[in-house]
Design a protein around this ligand. Structure first.
Ligand code: ZN
Length: 347
């Protein structure tokens, strides 16, 4: 099979690999589409360092992304079952499925003790033609849901988790910093849950336009707009919650400056480098900083159901699809602010 393989030195290339075979409890699937995720970009950039650190500390086994053997990333996939391994109940070849949460600690899921597809040299992920996935972690995609929508289930569940963890009161209004895929998914769930006023800020005009089209009550350009003044004017005061969906150095501090006294900063963006903030600012404002990871299994199911019945519509967030051969180039260029979610589609 063909797949985009990450190797040491941030090398990314399409290679020919052996097709994996399903073992007991697992199924072989043919990938139909897979979203490019910002966290995979971060992973590609920092995987060398993390592997070296794991080896230096004698915990190489805890870091299954062995770059010497090569890793096929990709966890935002929709696929079709090709072969069902022994001891798998309820699935047949031809079934269309999505979403094996690879995160071992998620509540409500059996623990595998091994890295999942997309995060391990043993289990290729959705940036390749075939993968093996656990039969007990699959969700059936209803026939009427297009591939490109089904493949947004995973990032969309991240937005749901962020919104639910923020526990918003009905009179609270919010600011979403960043209108990339995760900021947009957060916006969709905020509107779904009926939050009264949502401001979205982003430097990209295309992304601001996308946010406006998806229900943002106010969109701002931090390069030219006085965000604090504009939010206060439009919504009657500073936001009770700021969702930080950028994930670069300095944005948590900005969120702390913009949020209301006694407000909450919900950190959804994934910053993988040391960052600075001034605790005194959070202290005098009596702020809560909240960090999140992933979603619950129930939230993933709720997300797919909402996508299936149209309560949440991610279809316009997929701004570009590429072939596997074009994936390495698209992957490196993903910071292009004209794009939101980019997907690889398999013929
Ligand atoms: Zn992701």
């Amino acid at each position: 099979m063909r797949a985009m393989v990450l190797r040491g030195g941030q090398k990314l290339a399409v290679e020919e690999l052996a097709r994996p075979a399903p073992k007991p409890g697992w199924v072989l699937v043919k990938v139909r589409a897979c979203g490019i995720c910002g966290s995979d970009l971060h992973m590609a950039r920092y995987a060398d360092e993390r592997m070296a650190a794991a080896r230096a500390s004698g915990r190489a086994a805890a870091f299954p992304m062995d770059l010497d053997r090569g890793v096929v990333m990709g966890h935002e996939w929709v696929a079709e079952i090709v072969e069902v391994g022994p001891e798998v109940e309820g699935w047949e070849p031809g079934d269309r499925v999505t979403m094996v949460p690879p995160h071992d600690h998620l509540p409500g899921l059996p623990r595998s003790g091994e890295g999942g597809p997309g995060y391990s040299a043993d289990y290729p992920g959705g940036y390749g033609q075939y993968m093996i996935v656990r039969g007990d972690r699959l969700l059936r995609v209803p026939d009427h849901v297009p591939d490109l929508v089904a493949a947004t289930t995973e990032p969309c569940a991240v937005g749901l988790h962020a919104v639910r963890e923020a526990r918003l009161a009905s009179d609270e209004h919010v600011l979403v910093m960043g209108a990339g895929p995760i900021g947009m998914m957060t916006l969709l769930w905020l509107k779904h849950d009926g939050v009264r006023h949502v401001t979205v800020s982003d430097y990209s005009a295309q992304r601001r336009e996308l946010a406006a089209r998806h229900g943002a009550d106010l969109v701002l350009d931090p390069a030219v707009d006085d965000v604090a003044a504009r939010v206060a004017e439009a919504a009657g005061g500073p936001p009770a919650v700021v969702f930080e969906c950028v994930g670069v150095e300095g944005t948590i501090q900005q969120a702390m400056e913009l949020v209301a006294p006694r407000g909450r900063v919900v950190v959804v963006g994934v910053c993988m480098t040391p960052d600075q903030m001034t605790p005194m600012l959070a202290i005098v404002k009596h702020l809560t900083l909240q960090f999140l990871y992933a979603y619950t299994a129930a939230e993933v199911e709720e997300t797919l159901a909402a996508l299936a019945d149209g309560r949440v519509d991610t279809s316009a967030l997929v701004t570009r699809t590429v072939s596997l051969d074009d994936l390495p180039g698209a992957f490196r260029a993903l910071s292009d602010p004209a794009d939101c979610k980019v997907m690889v589609e398999f013929a």
